[in-house]
Write a protein that binds this ligand. Structure first.
Ligand code: HEM
Length: 465
């Protein structure tokens, strides 16, 4: 259609529409979303060409209005164009994340600071869930899970956790939820540029959130400048400030500005907050849907960790069924259905099709995770598919679960995410049995977004210990 292009065709769950279109048009087809031509790529082998073999040619990000608002257009993840500066920025982010997630702690109980933060939050989470169930019976886990996960990333980035009643912190969480409801509307401006000039509630909400989020981060960074001590690096923000200061002393010819370096903290905060909370909300929903699977995970926790100590990162290698369950949730829900949009850096060719420079490219990860030629009975939920005959996780199958992207643009937080999901889930299940409300039906239909959340649900808990 003029102006709208194929927008009306893509519906509420675009990844599902793209999946159906793939049946008809093959691994590579082109749509017009508004006035923007978008190439949609499916099929594992074709996707490998795009992200691995010809990775560099597809490694940039398109100019999208909503992306330009994030971190004032300095986001390494969303807005920086692929090139030398971007490569340095990604390295800075990788190192920043490693500094703190792998840094040693003074306690014998923990292997690193990330583990210390996650275990402390997990213990609070279990207590609060017990209390909520006692006080209210069924409760909605969304706010609590989001706060818990946000607190871990806050501790990593800013060295402090927030009280669950802290007004500023709650505001950020709340606006984030509001924005999810309207982001579909806000995104129209990404494809029909005229929309950025129309007064739209969706777009205004999105801008309000991004402003509040940027202010929240900027205040925390400002506080850090005031108390910075280069001999005592407390968190990721300190590590980034030190990097800026050291360069100022020894190297004036740098490509990355100090502002870009500091904006890294926006990306880490943004990346580590909505994704992991969505993952946990999906895990809990699947446990409500399949109580017999919940029992198997609990049996494994009881046998290997027991009741006298809390779970640790190191337990991951021994809890094969639990790992299989988490990976089946990632695969089956595919709650990040498409990668962040990619963009070609020059004219290129894919499976015989010509794709011009600066074309937006959507990669359908959901399709790969539900491809019957890759996964037998792909639409069924079967954690056992990841286990070999001796009940051990088959790592080669786990690598096939496609949810963190692949190649140069691959997610930097996979290890952090996998460790966090494991600790939160095993801590909950060590102490609590999760049950759905008797009259409720468990609905696995997602609400579409960059990360898809389940529809709101409630649950009850019963103490196991
Ligand atoms: C279950 C949790 C997570 C999932 C499923 C996930 C998934 C993804 C996906 C699909 C991408 C885009 C890849 C592409 O564009 O091709 C991405 C990028 C990214 N993720 Fe994650 N992510 C998760 C958690 C995290 C965490 C915890 C962090 C950091 C603490 C993080 C940091 C990033 C960054 C920095 C990028 C941008 C990479 C780039 O543009 O080159 N992610 N993630």
């Amino acid at each position: 259609m003029p102006i709208l292009g194929n927008i009306l065709q893509i519906g509420e769950l675009p990844h599902m529409t793209f999946l159906k279109m793939k049946e008809k048009y093959g691994d590579v087809f082109r749509l017009k979303l508004g006035i923007v031509p978008v190439v949609v790529v499916s099929g594992l082998e074709t996707i490998k060409k795009v992200l691995l073999k010809q990775g560099e040619q597809f490694a940039s990000r398109p100019n999208m209005y909503s992306f330009s608002l994030l971190a004032d257009g300095k986001s390494m993840t969303f807005s920086e164009k692929y090139g030398e500066t971007w490569k340095i920025h990604k390295k800075v982010m990788k190192n920043a994340l490693r500094t703190l997630s792998k840094s040693e702690v003074n306690s014998l109980n923990y292997s690193c600071r990330l583990e210390e933060y996650v275990c402390a939050e997990a213990s609070d989470l279990v207590n609060t869930m017990q209390q909520l169930s006692k006080d209210h019976g069924g409760f909605n886990p969304f706010p609590l899970i989001t706060l818990t996960v946000a607190n871990v990333v806050c501790a990593l980035c800013f060295g402090k956790r927030y009280n669950h009643h802290d007004k500023e912190f709650l505001r950020i969480i709340e606006i984030n939820n509001d924005v999810r409801k309207v982001s579909g509307a806000g995104l129209l401006a990404d494809f029909i540029p005229l929309f950025k000039f129309f007064p739209s509630t969706g777009l205004n909400e999105l801008k309000k959130f991004i402003r509040a989020f940027n202010d929240f981060i900027a205040n925390a960074v400002q506080e850090h400048y005031g108390s910075h001590d280069e001999n005592n690096i407390r968190d990721i923000t300190d590590a980034l400030i030190k990097l800026c200061n050291d360069r100022n002393k020894y190297d004036k010819n740098y490509k990355l500005s100090n502002e870009q370096i500091i904006s890294t903290v926006n990306d880490i905060f943004g990346g580590g907050f909505d994704t992991i909370s969505s993952a946990l909300l999906w895990c809990m929903l699947y446990l409500l849907k399949y109580p017999e699977i919940q029992e198997k995970v609990q049996k494994e926790i009881d046998e290997i960790i027991g009741t006298s100590r809390s779970p640790r990162f190191d337990d991951r290698k021994d809890l094969h069924y639990t790992e299989a369950f988490i990976n089946e949730v990632l695969r089956h829900s595919s709650f990040v259905p498409l990668t962040i949009p990619h963009c070609t850096i020059r004219d290129t060719n894919l499976n015989g099709y010509f794709i011009p420079k600066d074309t937006s490219v959507f990669i359908n990860m959901y399709q790969v995770n539900h491809d019957q030629t890759v996964w037998r009975d792909a639409d069924l939920f079967i954690p056992e598919r990841f286990l070999d005959e001796s009940g051990r996780v088959d790592k080669s199958l786990i690598e096939k679960v496609f949810i963190f992207g692949m190649g140069v643009r691959k997610c930097l937080g996979e290890d952090v995410a996998r460790n966090e999901m494991f600790i939160f889930l095993t801590s909950i299940l060590q102490h609590l049995k999760l049950e759905k409300e008797p009259e409720h039906h468990v609905d696995l239909t997602p609400v579409f977004g960059l990360t898809m959340k389940p529809k709101p649900y409630t649950l009850r808990t019963e103490n196991r210990l």
